[in-house]
Design a protein. Structure first.
Length: 212
């Protein structure tokens, strides 16, 4: 595994150098190579260099194709995720907020799957910071305002949102609604997958653990 990452790093460095020389620093293909190298460096734990590349990529994408382009939002998300790993939580939050705002208002709309994904990631970030009320508000928006309406009760993302909200409510010791949601998740899993599927088994274990 380690050898494969080393080889991938070498290949991506070579590709980036070649594209920089032939296409220029801000060409979309150069930025793509920059992104791939940053991903590999992040996997290898070389976070400082990965951050530098993600920042350069985002700066270039903000200039063109612009702040609200899907590729720019993706770069924003990846830099924010890396900053969380580096415990730079303030700037990470700013980027997550900007990504979500632009996803919902400018690019995709409130019920688009990318917006739901951005909301879910930001809610997880807030939960991990102990900001449970803010996280709950986002989880509820994803589940009630968008998830059930856009995707349906038995869509995998909706069921994941049910589980996320249930887990959060458990942390808040709101036992009654948490139990209802854990039970709902199990019921949906049984309906979609049957009783022997790994998702159903996991949902069963979570409910059993909750009821202990």
């Amino acid at each position: 595994e380690r050898g494969r990452y080393e080889e991938a790093e070498q290949l991506h460095r070579k590709a980036l150098q070649g594209r920089r020389e032939k296409l220029g620093e801000t060409h979309p293909n150069t930025l793509q190579s920059m992104h791939h190298l940053a991903e590999v460096l992040q996997e290898r734990g070389q976070l400082q260099e990965a951050e530098k590349l993600y920042r350069q990529e985002l700066q270039s994408r903000r200039a063109s194709p612009g702040d609200s382009h899907p590729d720019t939002l993706s770069s924003m998300h990846d830099l924010a995720t890396l900053l969380v790993k580096r415990e730079q939580f303030g700037e990470a939050e700013e980027l997550f907020r900007e990504e979500l705002e632009k996803c919902s208002r400018s690019v995709h709309g409130h019920q688009h799957e990318e917006t739901l994904s951005s909301s879910d990631h930001f809610a997880e970030f807030l939960k991990d910071r102990g900001r449970l009320e803010e996280a709950e508000e986002l989880y509820r928006q994803v589940l009630e305002s968008s998830g059930r309406v856009k995707l349906g009760d038995e869509h995998a993302d909706t069921m994941s949102s049910i589980s996320d909200l249930a887990t959060l409510l458990k942390e808040k010791e709101e036992w009654k609604e948490a139990e209802q949601l854990f039970c709902e998740k199990l019921k949906r899993c049984q309906s979609v997958h049957g009783t022997q599927h790994k998702e159903t088994i996991t949902a069963t274990k979570k409910l059993a653990k909750f009821l202990k």
